[in-house]
Design a protein around this ligand. Structure first.
Ligand code: SAM
Length: 300
């Protein structure tokens, strides 16, 4: 096990594998990679870095991007990984229908799919591509059929664009009999989008009133609300010292750098293309030393 100077044990890697994307979401934080080059990390670097990380206790990997399905070698990358407790990916779902079964066969355990709206007009205003929505819905079906469950639908909340339509997505998720979970995500304002910010306390109150049961998830102390048979999670990363205090992941950029925090780019460390697993273990230890919570609890 490897822990940082704040006692946070690192158990997960979030690996961005490309900056390319087939949508253009107005809110996208690009995993904090805006300004980085377009070079893409190789399969071999991913394999060796994940292997080194497993020796230090990492047992979960999540692939992100850009759009990870833009990489045709995602199945090969997953297939090359050592044994892990959990391999997942986050996708916009547009290309998922044809790939879901192959991804499951290569070792992917589960998937998150961005679904900011069920309304084609709003979906188009948010992502730039209204006609992509039916493909995403087919992708969700395919993911459930392939057993990439629970499928998590990620809905970043945007005032006047989707905040009054949460019920539509709860109803949609309900059709999948517990195989689909909804994650409502507070907008992280990377792009001057203050006018889209939703009153998250108001959303939380609405969920509390509607829920037949509420549970608290240990990771990030996130609450889960059970509404009409659907599990709904509210993800509140902003100004949240609990969120950072429970952060157990290290990031790898699509350019092949270790990144201790989504919110910062001033502490990246290059992963040398030819580094051995032993060298990578040492590098990971150095990076974990540098980790610090972005939102700290100043009351302690
Ligand atoms: N294209 C993939 C997708 O749509 O999932 C992967 C990349 S996307 C950057 C990864 C995740 O970040 C998605 O779940 C998305 O909802 C979330 N995300 C992106 N921008 C965000 C923002 N400004 N605030 C909160 N979450 C955001």
């Amino acid at each position: 096990m490897i822990s940082d100077n704040y006692g946070r044990v690192v158990t997960g890697l979030r690996i961005s594998i490309t900056r390319r994307c087939n949508l253009n979401c107005i809110y996208c934080h690009e995993e904090g990679e805006n300004g980085l080059s377009r070079n893409e990390i190789s399969q071999s670097t991913i394999e060796r870095t994940v292997t080194a990380a497993t020796y230090l206790g990492v047992n979960k990997v999540k692939f992100s991007g850009g759009e990870p399905l833009m990489r045709h070698d995602l199945e090969d990358i997953i297939g090359s990984l050592p044994d892990l407790k959990d391999i997942s990916a986050t996708t916009n779902g547009v290309l998922l229908k044809k790939r879901a079964a192959k991804l499951a066969n290569s070792g992917l355990d589960r998937i998150n799919i961005s679904l900011p709206s069920m309304d084609m007009d709003h979906y188009g205003r948010i992502t730039g591509y209204p006609t992509a929505l039916p493909y995403v819905l087919e992708g969700i079906d395919a993911a459930v059929d392939a057993g990439l469950t629970p499928v998590k639908l990620n809905m970043v909340l945007l005032k006047s664009l989707n905040d009054s339509k949460i019920d539509d997505i709860i109803r949609f998720a309900g059709k999948y009999n517990g195989h689909v979970i909804l994650q409502l995500i507070e907008l992280m304002n990377f792009k001057n989008l203050g006018h889209y910010k939703v009153d998250i306390n108001g959303v939380e109150k609405m969920l509390e009133i509607r829920a037949s049961e509420i549970k608290e998830r240990r990771m990030h102390r996130r609450k889960k609300y059970f509404i009409d048979g659907v599990e709904v999670e509210l993800v509140r990363p902003l100004d949240n010292s609990n969120f950072c205090g429970n952060c157990n992941r290290l990031r790898i950029t699509s350019t092949g750098q270790l990144k201790p925090c989504l919110m910062r780019n001033d502490n990246l460390i290059d992963i040398p293309e030819n580094a051995t697993v032993d060298e990578l273990k040492k590098l990971l230890e150095t990076v974990v030393e540098k980790r610090e919570p972005y939102y700290k609890d100043c009351s302690k």
